[in-house]
Design a protein around this ligand. Structure first.
Ligand SMILES: Nc1ncnc2c1ncn2[C@@H]1O[C@H](COP(=O)(O)OP(=O)(O)OP(=O)(O)O)[C@@H](O)[C@H]1O
Length: 259
């Protein structure tokens, strides 16, 4: 479904990603882990065609459902992003407009990507918030972003990203800004959504416990290169010093240790 081959990305002279390859199947969860600056965010931003200014793919190819993503026209991106391909960030609050209610932004998002009426969009946004385990969706829809907790805002972001049942969700540190209990709940809800919709998830995280709990496969990254990859068990047995170092730094997830 997603095929990345020999991707190299540079910011000026600096190579942020070197010869990166990844192949993902439908419904699969792959985690990119590694220290700060190892190129994780650069990898998923490349898939979304949203590298920061100054960043450029210098080599390699990315294809999604058989379609080459490099060189897509803006209108082609528009029909992919938000629908088949969506993204959530560390703090969904940052992408919400602070002076508009959640409901009006959610409805606008739905109507930008579909031909649903206002009423239908309102009903769909409420349904999605319920799916994310938000107990009082009506009051969330009437609230402004600052009136919500970090965990609630993050659930809103995930609900929005999942509205059109994307084939692939790109998740950049989706739980890092949250306390451990909320992290564990959100991780479980993301897994439920994957089971319901069959969405594949490419997850970027510092947290090897989150990666081990969620992912079918983990890629360990350092200085823009993939150091090794494997499932949870094989990484636990890894003799690679950098992976062992990451394992030793693993925090708890909701009071439990998963690695
Ligand atoms: N806009 C930019 N301009 C110049 N260099 C950048 C830019 N964004 C990232 N880089 C560099 O590219 C490299 C990879 O960064 P990237 O953000 O992909 O790493 P990361 O593994 O996601 O780190 P973090 O966990 O801190 O988000 C780093 O050396 C970083 O300094």
């Amino acid at each position: 479904m997603l095929e990345i081959n020999g991707l190299t990305v540079a910011y000026g002279e600096h190579l942020a990603l070197r010869n990166f390859s990844l192949s993902m199947q439908e419904g699969e969860i792959v985690a990119l882990v590694g220290e700060s600056g190892s190129g994780k965010t650069t990898a998923i931003r490349s898939v979304l065609g949203l590298l920061p200014l100054g960043g450029a793919v210098t080599e390699g190819t990315i294809s999604f459902e058989g379609q080459q993503l490099q060189g897509l026209l803006p209108r082609e991106w528009k029909s992919l992003r938000g629908k088949k391909l969506s993204m959530i960030f560390q703090d969904s609050g940052a992408m919400l407009n602070p002076i508009r209610t959640i409901g009006s932004q959610f409805c606008e998002y739905i109507r930008t990507h579909s031909s649903l009426s206002k009423k239908e969009a309102g009903a769909l946004s409420q349904e999605m918030l319920e799916r994310m385990g938000l107990s009082d969706p009506e009051s969330i829809l009437g609230a402004y972003p600052f009136q919500l907790s970090g965990g609630q805002r993050q659930r809103v972001g995930i609900a929005m990203a999942m509205t059109f049942q994307p084939k692939l969700l790109l998740a950049d540190e989706p739980t890092s800004a949250l306390d451990v209990t909320t992290q564990a709940q959100i991780v479980r809800q993301m897994l439920e959504l994957r089971d319901t919709y069959g969405t594949a998830i490419l997850l970027v995280t510092h947290n090897l416990a989150v990666a081990a709990y969620m992912a079918n496969r983990i890629l360990v990254m350092r200085n823009g290169s993939t150091v090794e990859q494997g499932d949870r068990e094989s990484l636990l047995r890894s003799q690679e010093p950098y992976t062992r170092q990451l394992l030793q730094a693993v925090p708890d997830l909701g009071g439990k240790r998963y690695v």
